[in-house]
Design a protein around this ligand. Structure first.
Ligand SMILES: *[C@@H]1O[C@H](CO)[C@@H](O)[C@H](O)[C@H]1NC(C)=O
Length: 132
């Protein structure tokens, strides 16, 4: 490949990587109930990247996370990533990162099932235990 076509390719990859909006959508909301909803807003500061960590857990009534969605209401180029826990665990940390000079406006939804130790609901995550 000529140096020109390489740089065109690199440009295309970077361009596509920057333009796509990142809605985070992992796991499934099926079999889970909406356990947590949070609207996260941070105003824009010129030249600054705004970062917000959203931590979810429920100590009083632990739930196994089935799915996480993070919807970017601004349709911006902000990024949402799960940095700890997540699907299959009882906690999650979601890191939201704005574009430089932009704000953040996300809605986070966590779908989960109640964890009852030794109980049916936990076992039922993979297997249908039937009617007790
Ligand atoms: C934990 O779960 C219980 C039962 O579903 C609920 O009432 C409570 O609000 C939850 N707490 C948090 C911090 O989400």
């Amino acid at each position: 490949m000529s140096p020109l076509s390489v740089s065109v390719l690199v440009f295309c990859v970077i361009f596509l990587g920057c333009v796509t909006t990142d809605h985070l959508n992992i796991g499934t909301s099926v079999n889970g109930q909406l356990a947590y909803v949070s609207n996260v807003k941070m105003s824009a500061i010129p030249f600054k990247v705004r970062v917000k960590n959203v931590f979810y857990t429920n100590e009083t009534s632990p739930k196994v996370i089935k799915g996480i969605t993070a919807i970017d209401s601004l349709n911006s180029k902000a990024k949402a990533t799960v940095t700890a826990g997540g699907v299959g665990t009882t906690f999650a940390n979601i890191k939201l990162k704005s574009e430089r000079g932009e704000g953040l406006d996300y809605q986070i939804q966590i779908f989960a099932t109640v964890l009852t130790l030794g109980g049916d609901e936990y076992a039922a995550s993979g297997v249908d235990v039937g009617v007790a």
